[in-house]
Design a protein around this ligand. Structure first.
Ligand code: ADP
Length: 494
């Protein structure tokens, strides 16, 4: 049965087309023939009814009580065509009163059925004893005071012969029509599918090294154009993912190489020159500093890889935002103090956010740490918490540092993006902090935006969904011991 399902779509379409057309032709031929046949029979019924009336005028009873037709066989006063009709006259109780010559001794319909010919003509088809199919029309009439049933019969053989001729004639042209339709269908299917074939060939040529190539869209509004457009859009997304991956790999290896080189260089220099214990200690502490930077970087890379690989599973709890922010700020207070900066927190005490505690801590530490890192000595860093009208809570970290130039404002959220390579290398950032913070905010259904007031400085606005608990239901949950917490925060703020 495999031949019934050819692989080629063109052939399949053509076969479908031909079989549907064939079925339609068959149904049409049969129903048209039946309709025409019924029409013919209706005409016959009309003529027969007229002839019943004509014949009735020539009927008479003889002395034996039988019916005869007035007028001689050669001189009939009724139309000559009627002489070939089959005629039968019955009495009311079914006694045969007359049968004409063409009918011979045959029975034209048997005993009268109830209501036959009463009030109107009764047409029906019967088969005579010799197998002849006949259309019989009967009508009751009173002839010379006696009730009779007059039957006129038309041979249906001619009608059936014409019916078969019609059917055969219609079906004879069907193979020709189907062959022509099949040829045209195949041609059209080939024409319609040829762009798909071209697209498939082009698509096969596109590989990982040619992701910039696109399919030609001949007509963007038709189905094939839409398919090509959708394919091109998918290619564009794949290309951009490839580019991102390449950039990420090269940036990540670059970032990893820098502290590794530093460790190696410092170690080699330390080994080469003879020094005292203090000098060795300094070498070791530099190496530890670099390895700490490496650890933070690897942590951040892991966070990014997880963020890319899976949908974040958030352990959402109601968190009193201001208390939480104060707790986190207190961990970073020491860094601000080192730079003589004032780190203040204020805002709406009752505002609660629905967030994952670890991720929220990561975000807030990144934002405050950046503010401390990039603001000058003696500046003021302000963290504010307030409830917004749209069921969100805003945590804003504002500093009066150098701000971010317009051309960098969108890009600072990109991975590995740093405005000033030299300056940020000094402070230890790899350009991942803000991208992780933005991902974290969006994973909560919130967002992270940057505003730079004309007077200078930066305001990072973190929006998170409002928690549905009241303050007494919210838990604080900064549970790590101070020392571990400091370590952790240093890890989180890259
Ligand atoms: P990094 O690890 O370099 O701090 P981030 O993703 O946290 O990476 O920040 C990206 C860049 O945005 C930083 O390198 C810095 O140039 C700039 N930036 C971030 N926060 C501030 C800020 N508060 N003030 C000025 N520049 C900032």
């Amino acid at each position: 049965m495999k031949w019934l399902r050819p692989k080629n779509v063109r052939v399949r379409l053509t076969l479908w087309y031909v079989s549907v057309l064939g079925s339609i032709l068959l149904i049409y031929s049969v129903s048209a023939s039946i309709f025409v046949f019924l029409q013919w029979r209706l005409e016959v019924d009309g003529v027969a009814a007229e002839e019943v009336e004509t014949i009735e005028g020539f009927l008479s009873f003889n002395s034996e009580g039988r019916v005869y037709l007035r007028g001689s066989a050669h001189d009939h006063p009724y139309p000559i065509s009627m002489q070939h009709r089959l005629m039968e006259v019955l009495s009311d109780n079914g006694t045969v009163l007359y049968r004409n010559e063409p009918l011979g001794g045959r029975d034209l319909g048997g005993a009268p059925f109830s209501g036959e010919g009463v009030n109107s003509y009764s047409p029906r088809s019967v088969t005579l004893a010799d197998g002849t199919r006949v259309r019989v029309v009967s009508r009751r009439h009173t002839v010379e005071g006696k009730a009779t049933i007059i039957r006129i019969g038309f041979s249906e053989e001619e009608l059936w012969r014409r019916l078969w001729q019609l059917i055969v004639g219609l079906l004879a042209v069907a193979p020709l029509a189907l062959a022509a339709a099949g040829g045209a269908g195949y041609f059209l299917a080939r024409r319609a599918l040829s762009p798909i074939q071209r697209m498939a060939q082009r698509a096969l040529e596109i590989n990982a090294h040619q992701l910039g190539a696109r399919l030609t869209v001949e007509n963007p509004d038709d189905e094939i154009g839409l398919l090509a457009t959708a394919f091109n859009e998918t290619l564009a997304r794949i290309e951009s993912s490839f580019q991102q991956l390449r950039r990420f790999t090269s940036d990540a290896s670059h970032e990893l190489r820098t502290p590794l080189n530093a460790i190696q260089n410092v170690g080699e220099v330390g080994l080469r020159k003879r020094g005292n214990a203090d000098e060795y200690r300094e070498v070791i502490s530099t190496m530890l500093e670099e390895s700490g930077r490496l650890t933070r970087l690897v942590d951040n890379l892991l966070t990014m890889a997880r963020a890319d690989a899976e949908r974040p599973r958030l352990a959402l709890t109601d968190i009193p935002a201001l208390e939480f922010v104060k707790e986190v700020a207190s961990l970073l207070e020491v860094l601000a103090e080192e730079k003589g900066q004032i780190l203040s927190t204020d805002g709406d005490e009752s505002a609660c956010v629905l967030a994952d505690r670890m991720i929220l801590r990561h975000i807030v530490i990144n934002l405050i740490d950046n503010a401390i890192k990039y603001s000058p000595f003696g500046s003021h860093i302000r963290v504010r918490v307030f409830e917004k009208a749209n069921q969100f809570v805003s945590i804003e970290v504002e500093d009066n540092g150098p701000g971010i130039p317009v051309q960098h404002r969108n890009k600072v959220f990109d991975r590995f993006y740093r405005i000033d390579e030299a300056r940020t290398r000094e402070t230890g950032g790899a350009g991942l902090g803000l991208s992780i913070a933005k991902w974290g905010a969006e994973a909560h259904g919130g967002g992270l935006e940057l505003h730079c007031p004309p007077a200078g400085g930066c305001i990072f606005c973190l929006s998170l969904p409002l928690g549905d608990g009241r303050l007494d239901r919210c838990s604080l949950g900064v549970s790590l011991e101070p020392q571990r917490e400091t370590e952790k925060s240093a890890n989180l703020a890259n």
